[in-house]
Design a protein around this ligand. Structure first.
Ligand code: AOF
Ligand code: ZN
Length: 353
């Protein structure tokens, strides 16, 4: 392994420690190296808090501080150039006279986007970019999708029978497709995304809570479509236990944990939703049904991942058909040890939408 890649890998390890704490910001890690010895390490720990570079420089011990101006900084994302919640990291690096910076990948955020690298170079600092770039991009896939495509990273999720149905014809009749093992997995997935979306029928018939109760970490913001505001107030989704957005055609109003967000239902619903979610700074969404809403995302060609829980021995002969993916690539299959249930993970062929 090359030296630069070794230290960048350490940056990525550190960055991951911020998982679940920093969204909608990216996870970022930084190390400061003097003569092959790490003298400082830091990562972005909390949304609104100091950036990785700040924590890295602050971590240098008193006896090593005179070495800062003769060290190389490795950082998994381009240092920022803007005054946000904190001053620019590029200025901090210049202030400490760090002579060389190695960057994992460029920051696509409009206020940065190359300006950080430029600022460093103009100050005479040697900058190398693109070290372990693919891994650094993968690390913050949601953040990059959000800023380059101006929409959230979209994950479609459903459970289906062996013969391709997601519910019985009579939707109020329960159909047990998944088991406790896959339920835990679904809660883990919920803990990893900023938002969770369902359509009106799913909210009404399934009355889901959409919270993460079976895994550690936070619950996503709940998102529900309710054009005419007809969903009964007694639903779990409207219990105020978790931040919830009700997309509707009637009113724009904030009530404590409940935001009524007005959109036009006459135009393409997926596009309307994406614009609203971008405005709300929700960088990733897991869509949990129903079939019609999932299919709208597929038909619009706007999805990044699909996760399909399949009960391979349950045949029901007739029912509500599962969504149909188009040109998907299978990337992973998780076989569950019991009940012949497997989870199929696909990525979208669409890299431009
Ligand atoms: C860095 N190092 O560790 C992170 C960066 O609102 P603020 O001030 O926290 O700025 C957020 C933006 O800063 C975020 O959108 C991204 O472009 C960049 N994040 N930059 O130099 C870091 N987390
Ligand atoms: Zn910064």
């Amino acid at each position: 392994m090359q030296v630069a890649e070794y230290y960048m890998e350490r940056c990525i390890q550190l960055a991951r420690l911020g998982a679940g704490m920093v969204a909608p910001n990216p996870m970022v890690g930084a190390v400061l190296v003097h003569n092959d010895r790490i003298i400082g390490e830091g990562w972005h720990r909390q949304y609104g808090g100091p950036h990785a570079e700040v924590n890295c420089i602050a971590s240098v011990q008193e006896e090593d501080r005179h070495l800062i101006s003769a060290s190389v900084m490795y950082v998994s994302l381009e240092p920022c150039a803007h005054f946000g919640k904190t001053p620019p990291c590029a200025d901090l690096i210049i202030h400490h006279r760090i002579p060389e910076v190695v960057v994992g990948c460029r920051d696509p955020f409009d206020a940065v986007n190359g300006k950080g690298i430029e600022k460093l170079q103009q100050a005479g600092i040697k900058v190398t970019t693109g070290v372990l770039e693919t891994v650094c991009l993968q690390l913050n896939e949601r953040f990059f999708t959000f800023h380059t495509k101006k929409r959230p990273f979209i994950i479609l999720k459903w459970a289906q029978t062996a013969d391709g149905f997601i519910a019985r014809e009579n939707k109020s009749e329960r159909l047990l497709i998944s088991n406790s093992e896959t339920n835990t997995l679904v809660h883990k997935w919920r803990s990893e995304e900023a938002g969770i979306l369902v359509g009106t029928h799913t909210a009404l018939y399934d009355n889901p809570s959409l919270t993460n109760r079976l895994w550690t970490g936070p619950s996503p913001v709940r998102l529900v479509l309710d054009r005419e505001l007809k969903l009964p107030a007694g639903l779990h989704l409207l219990d105020g236990q978790q931040a919830t957005v009700v997309f509707n055609a009637q009113k724009q109003e904030q009530q404590e944990n409940l935001l009524y967000y007005k959109i036009s239902f006459d135009e393409k619903i997926v596009e309307q939703l994406l614009t609203a979610l971008y405005e709300l700074k929700i960088i990733s969404v897991i869509v949990e049904g129903g079939s019609q809403l999932l299919q709208s995302f597929i038909d619009a060609g706007i999805w990044d991942e699909a996760r399909v829980i399949t009960n391979t021995t349950l045949f029901i002969g007739n029912g509500l058909a599962a969504p149909q993916l188009q040109n998907q690539s299978l990337v992973n299959t998780i076989l569950s040890g019991t009940d012949s249930i497997s989870t199929w993970q696909y990525t979208s062929p669409n890299i431009t939408a």
